[in-house]
Design a protein around this ligand. Structure first.
Ligand code: SF4
Ligand code: SF4
Length: 475
């Protein structure tokens, strides 16, 4: 007679099944803004608990991954730990025998790629983006902490004016930011886990383009306080807007004859049409902000004069001085700072680059603005020389793509060495030295000189775009 066996679930198995069902619900409702490193650790632990232990990558490797994640979460992790985490996860992914192991390895790799910024925040600053006050991740990443979910909902309801007003509560430049903000919010959008980020920046631009004239909010009662703001760029104008709404009387002192600072004199009009910049500025001025043009500290008045005359003084004079290349021949005629070139264009006094070969030195957005502007100024050939590789360029990907699409040639891993001068004392070429990516430092490989890597790139103009400094000497 055959044995008959009835399997009845033991009590412990039943409890475990209930726990898993509860966990399943938790996973589905995983709140936005939770720390992705922490979430990854929980998932790895779950996989590790399910490991049958037959293959070493899963049994031992997942333990190592757990230890590394815990170290990072405790604030003791280093860049090397991040690298080791990636290598260990990859090994598990490639060598584990079943889906428990390789699935966990893949998940850690995806997490490292999708939440790189969160991992680096833990390693570099021992802080957790997910645990900061505002848990909506896109809003945390926005420097102005704009209420992004709020304005997106208003746009969805067709309430474009209200959406723009909501943005202005935290950022008085909605139209300008809709065009030129580097949108760190989008890199943090949780929708990246599904397919791609919500087009947060573009939606703001859409709302601005589709809303009419919006009156400024009502000011609080007059406080009788007078505030001087030195500098009419985005920083000064932002301070002026909110201080004026708080009931103070603000006066902006601007060195040039128009407001906008770097937005007007640093960003070319093809990227930020002046109509939208002027709209933002006019809205700010409509609160009653007073302006003085063509005046500067150290020439027309001293800081002490302002302190005596006003209840408070706010200095917001921007970073308008180009950093030096610090190479031989930098003073040669034909070596120009990107900032002054872009300023001339902003002044409607563009230089003529017709038929010239231009080398832009740098890899940031200013470098991209300079090279794309050079194309528009008639340059025959434009090179971008950058000492690291494209992946490490600080410029936005779309700006680099735009520059290349417009015919600029990117020379990666090439650092400027010296300027070659012709008999007439002008630029003849830029000597560049090929670089080799070295050790990781500050999240990027530190380049060093390749042996015998010196070569000359014939050119007529060299534009330095390696960063700006604050002009503090006058104070
Ligand atoms: S686009 Fe810029 S200003 Fe707008 S929400 Fe994103 S980070 Fe903030
Ligand atoms: S924009 Fe992205 S991160 Fe922000 S609330 Fe929407 S889905 Fe979440």
């Amino acid at each position: 007679m055959a044995n008959i066996r009835l399997d009845t679930p033991e009590k412990s198995a039943k409890v475990l099944a209930d726990l898993l069902a509860t966990m399943e619900g938790r996973l589905e409702a995983n709140p936005r803004g939770t720390c992705p490193v922490d979430t990854t650790l929980s998932l790895v632990k779950m996989c590790h608990a399910q490991s049958c232990g037959k293959c070493i990558p899963c049994r031992v490797g997942l333990g190592t991954v757990e230890d590394l994640l815990e170290k990072i979460l405790d604030g003791d992790g280093t860049e090397q730990d991040l690298e080791l985490l990636g290598r260990t996860a990859e090994t598990i992914y490639l060598t584990a025998d079943c889906a428990i192991g390789y699935g966990a390895g893949r998940m850690v790799l995806d997490s490292l790629e999708g939440f790189r910024q969160d991992y680096e925040e833990h390693v570099q600053h021992r802080t957790c983006l997910g645990r900061q006050d505002q848990p909506v991740p896109c809003r945390v990443a926005c420097p102005a902490h704009v209420d992004i979910p709020g304005y997106i909902s208003l746009i969805a309801d067709g309430r474009y004016e209200d959406a723009v007003q909501l943005v202005r509560k935290d950022n008085p430049f909605p139209a300008s930011c809709g065009f030129v903000c580097e949108h760190p919010c989008e890199a943090n959008c949780r929708r990246n886990m599904v397919d791609d980020a919500i087009n947060i920046c573009g939606l703001k631009r859409f709302a601005c383009e589709n809303s009419g004239d919006i009156p400024a909010p009502e000011r609080l009662p007059e406080t009788g306080k007078r505030i001087a703001i030195v500098g009419g760029g985005p920083g000064g104008l932002t301070a002026a807007y909110y201080l004026q709404l708080m009931g103070h009387q603000v006066t902006i002192m601007e060195r040039l004859d128009k407001l906008g600072g770097m937005l007007r004199y640093g960003i070319p009009a093809y990227r930020l049409p002046r109509k939208y910049l002027d709209e933002d500025i006019n809205h700010i001025l409509s609160t009653g902000v007073k302006t003085l043009f063509d005046v500067s500290v150290g020439k027309d008045f001293t800081l002490e004069d302002l302190r005596k005359k006003y209840d408070a003084v706010y200095l917001s004079f921007g970073a308008h001085t180009s950093k030096h290349l610090r190479i031989r021949g930098e003073e040669t005629q034909g070596v120009i700072p990107a900032i002054s070139m872009l300023r001339d264009v902003g002044y409607d006094n563009p230089p003529d680059f017709t038929g010239r070969t231009v080398v832009i030195v740098g890899g940031g957005n200013v470098a991209m603005d300079a090279c794309r502007t050079s194309v528009r100024l008639g340059a025959k050939k434009v090179y971008i020389a950058y000492r690291r590789s494209r992946a490490d360029m600080p410029a936005l990907d779309e700006e680099i793509d735009g520059a290349i699409a417009e015919g600029c040639e990117l020379l990666e891993l090439c650092a400027p060495d010296h300027v070659v001068t012709g008999p007439d004392g002008t630029v003849k070429a830029l000597a560049l030295r090929r670089q080799i990516p070295g050790e990781i430092s500050g999240g990027r490989p530190k380049p060093y000189d390749a042996p015998d890597g010196l070569f000359e790139l014939p050119c007529d103009l060299i534009v330095s775009a390696i960063g700006q400094d604050i002009e503090w000497q006058r104070f």
